[in-house]
Design a protein around this ligand. Structure first.
Ligand code: GLA
Length: 712
């Protein structure tokens, strides 16, 4: 059971999850301070850790920059503030005054603690919220700020939470970096002394960094060691600052907004920060990832237990050259291959013949779809598939009717260039009229054309992020934009409960727990090269579950890398996520179509393991030899092992890989060969992969536990 308990004598609050505890208390100055975060504790045990500053605490130093629940700008604090405010009279510091607390049960199996404070003098109220669940070790935190006065307050920094680690001999930071078509590259480096800033200043989550961190003592492996990790549920600009202090401590603070942005708080206004959840796990990076995957399925995704359909997307096949006839031909072939969801990508609307025109004019192009989209949608449905459409509601090409009519609707600053990226400008979704316009055409589009799925794209970062005509617009827009984006998606979903949505942003520019709480899957990268994709998927899966990870099989030579990889290998890589097909099926040979159909059918037999099982990364892309992942059923009844060997080196490692998640003592049958294996061997000694010789060897091994009587 998740338990939140309190000891009035020591002032300690103890939050317990199935395997961990988190302890804090309010100190003599009124500030909320961290005590412990690790394996389960009782209140009495936590009290032992709540040691007052020792005899060597120096009056020269001030407060430690690590160890408070939300270090403010104020008093003798010199680290990066999690909360920094400027009151109307120019006062800039915050002084904590506790005003109350409560514990409630927001949902069955969950408990939430609210600690309420205000500034000692000024009318700013601050509430720290902590939520724990009985089926997850993830602790969810956010902060609520409220201006209780009659003059404006500027919040220069409003982090969601600060997290403190125990003193460790060393610290290592894991995170991802990237760029367009090379997202989610996993980095694992010693945490330097000082401050390490991870951020997006682009208005979106970004391809370049992703708002999560993992910290360990430098000795964790995939299967061993304690890892503390956190992920921010926010789809706009963000900042996480990790710090390591000279006295051997480390922690991190994070929230929405980047340096230089602020949150204006009008009288009576409230600002709720995004959630910044965190988890402490034993069992290495693998266990940390599985904790995030399980939590995302249990508490983030709207429809986690649905089986995601096999998808076809026309983008790499046709580019912008989309018309009804061509799409019908592709749809017929896709259906024959076993595809269950057919998605028409960019190019179906307005004057969209390339990326220079048409964005913003969301009516089907009359020359390409003379009777609108309904006939194609009907045909796709007749073929037994669902119908999906690409949209990019937040964007406009200057060469569009929308822009000619509403040039003031874009983010802009008077007298400044309106910088174009991909020949487009960003519509100011912070404006309610713009958000309402988007909701209006989207809900009509979905209703009129039987749209089952939207690929919601967002292809460029903000620039000249201004909101002329509104005094505090340039500050307000960073958060208002994201809230309005969420609002449009929420309204659409409410109107169309059957609608499923994919988050895309020039590939993987908008993947985070915020967008995943209102969409169903994400497009991790525009790079569909199977070899590159192995590393991208490796980074993506550190936090985000395979249930959200769209993956297409596309044609070779790959459009981006010009690399040629066998069809089977491409399928086996895409089968590690939500399998999709993105090739030009009118050019696939009969043999390719037959092999493709067989592989699609094979995926359908194991996708419950991929989409809902537990991921074990058995060998990473950095290791020599094949990269190997396993998806095991939570009850140990089945497992799927996918192996990808890019290049063979004579004399290179070919040894067996040890599996995880099996039932001890059970026996498993390989469904393809009929070979029976003992779990004791698979777990303790390993499975021989028997990859065919040569480069680009791959395999998919499906193991099913034998019933007792089969093994007799
Ligand atoms: C982005 C997406 C692609 C495709 C194009 C269409 O780049 O990530 O998958 O939809 O836009 O313009």
């Amino acid at each position: 059971m998740p338990v939140i308990s309190h000891a009035p004598d020591t002032g300690i609050w103890l939050l317990s999850t199935p395997r961990t505890s988190y302890a804090l208390r309010i100190d003599a100055t009124g500030a909320p301070c961290h005590i412990a975060w690790g394996p389960r504790l009782t209140l009495e045990e936590a009290a032992e850790l709540a040691v007052p500053a020792g005899p060597d605490a120096s009056s020269f130093e001030g407060r430690s920059p690590v160890g408070e629940e939300l270090p403010v700008d104020g008093g003798a604090r010199f680290g990066p503030p999690s909360l920094q405010v400027r009151f109307a009279d120019g006062t800039r510091a915050f002084e904590w005054q506790p005003v109350g607390h409560d514990v409630r049960e927001p949902a069955p199996g969950a408990a939430e603690l609210s600690l309420r404070f205000r500034d000692r003098v000024h009318p700013l109220e601050v509430t720290l919220r902590y939520r724990v669940h009985d089926d997850s070790d993830v602790i969810e935190r956010h902060t609520v700020l409220r201006n209780a006065g009659d003059r404006s307050i500027t919040v220069l920094r409003a982090d969601s939470a600060a997290w403190s680690l125990p003193p460790l001999p060393d610290y290592r930071l894991s995170h991802v970096t990237g760029q367009w078509s090379a997202e989610s590259q996993l980095r694992r480096d010693r945490l330097p002394y000082g401050e390490t800033l991870l951020t997006s200043r682009r208005g979106i989550t970004s391809h370049h960094a992703n708002p999560w961190v993992m910290l360990d003592a430098g000795d964790a492996t995939e299967t061993h060691g304690r890892v503390w990790s956190a992920a921010l549920a926010w789809s706009g600009s963000w900042r996480i600052t990790a710090q390591r202090t000279p006295d051997g401590r480390a922690g991190f603070t994070g929230g929405a907004g980047h340096d230089g942005t602020s949150v204006p708080l009008a009288p009576g206004e409230e600002f709720t920060t995004p959630g910044f959840a965190a988890v402490c796990t034993d069992g290495g990076f693998g266990a940390a990832s599985r904790a995030w995957h399980a939590h995302t399925l249990a508490h983030v995704l709207p429809h986690p237990w649905e089986t995601a359909p096999v998808l076809y997307n026309s983008w790499e096949a046709t580019g912008f050259d989309v018309d009804e006839q061509g799409q019908r031909a592709l749809a017929a072939r896709a259906a024959a291959l076993g595809v269950e969801l057919y998605v028409v990508d960019d190019g179906w609307f307005g004057a969209r013949r390339d990326d220079r025109a048409g964005l913003g004019d969301w009516a089907p192009a009359a020359d390409r779809f003379p009777s609108g989209l309904a006939p194609l949608s009907d045909e796709v449905h007749r073929l037994g598939m669902r119908f999906g459409l690409w949209v990019e509601p937040e964007m406009v090409n200057p060469d569009s009717d929308l822009y000619r009519e509403h040039p003031d609707w874009v983010l802009h600053v008077p007298d400044r260039t309106r910088t174009e990226l991909r020949n487009q400008l960003v519509l100011n979704f912070a404006r309610q009229d713009v958000a309402d316009w988007a909701y209006d055409w989207l809900t009509r589009l979905v209703a009129k054309n039987g749209v089952d799925f939207l690929k919601w794209d967002m292809n460029r970062a903000f620039s000249e992020a201004g909101w002329p005509g509104r005094d505090d617009g340039a500050d307000r827009l960073w958060t208002r934009y994201v809230h309005n984006l969420y609002g449009v998606i929420d309204r659409l979903r409410a109107d169309h409960p059957q609608l499923r949505i994919e988050s895309c942003s020039g590939g993987g520019g908008r993947v985070d727990l915020g967008i995943l709480s209102r969409t169903d899957q994400a497009w991790p990268s525009d790079n569909t090269d199977a070899a590159d994709r192995v590393a991208i998927q490796h980074g993506y899966g550190q936090v985000y579950p395979a249930r959200t990870m769209a993956a297409w099989v596309t044609d070779v030579p790959n459009q981006l890398t010009h690399r040629t990889v066998p069809l089977r290998f491409r399928f086996h890589v895409a089968m590690a996520g939500l399998l999709g097909i993105g090739g030009d099926l009118t050019r696939w040979s009969e043999e390719e179509l037959a092999e493709g159909a067989e592989l699609v059918a094979g995926y359908k037999r194991v996708r419950h393991l991929v989409q809902h099982g537990a991921l074990h990364r058995l060998r990473g892309p950095g290791d020599e030899g094949p990269t190997v992942v396993e998806y095991a059923a939570h009850d140990g009844s089945e497992a799927l092992v996918l192996a990808w060997q890019r290049v063979q080196r004579h004399g290179g490692p070919r040894g067996p890989v040890r599996l995880g998640g099996l039932t001890p003592g059970a026996r498993y049958r390989d469904t393809r060969t009929g070979t029976v294996h003992h779990a004791t061997v698979l777990d303790g000694y390993g499975l021989s992969l028997d990859l065919p010789p040569g480069d680009w060897a791959s395999s998919a091994v499906h193991l099913v536990r034998l019933a007792e009587r089969d093994g007799a």
